[in-house]
Design a protein. Structure first.
Length: 85
């Protein structure tokens, strides 16, 4: 599997911070605010499928059980929306 490119847009800085903490050391990572007030977390994991799964799990953890929390995940040009339970 080739290395995936991820971007995750979240509306809350806490979610961006949680993602950055969970993914530290696992991926090349950057966190930036966007003009619309959202936060974009961009990262590139190594080439293993298990790391892609770890990234998606980190997004779910960052959202937690917070009602209405969501993240837009861009993975290799495809867009997915994850929402809290």
């Amino acid at each position: 599997m080739s290395s995936a490119h991820f971007s995750v847009v979240v509306t809350d800085e806490r979610h961006a911070d949680q993602l950055a903490r969970d993914l530290a050391g696992l991926v090349q990572l950057s966190v930036a605010t966007q003009p619309d007030g959202t936060w974009m977390v961009t990262f590139k994991p190594a080439s293993s499928h298990s790391e892609v799964v770890q990234v998606l799990d980190a997004v779910r953890r960052a959202l937690g059980a917070e009602n209405g929390a969501s993240a837009t995940v861009l993975l290799d040009g495809r867009e997915y929306v994850l929402e809290s339970a």
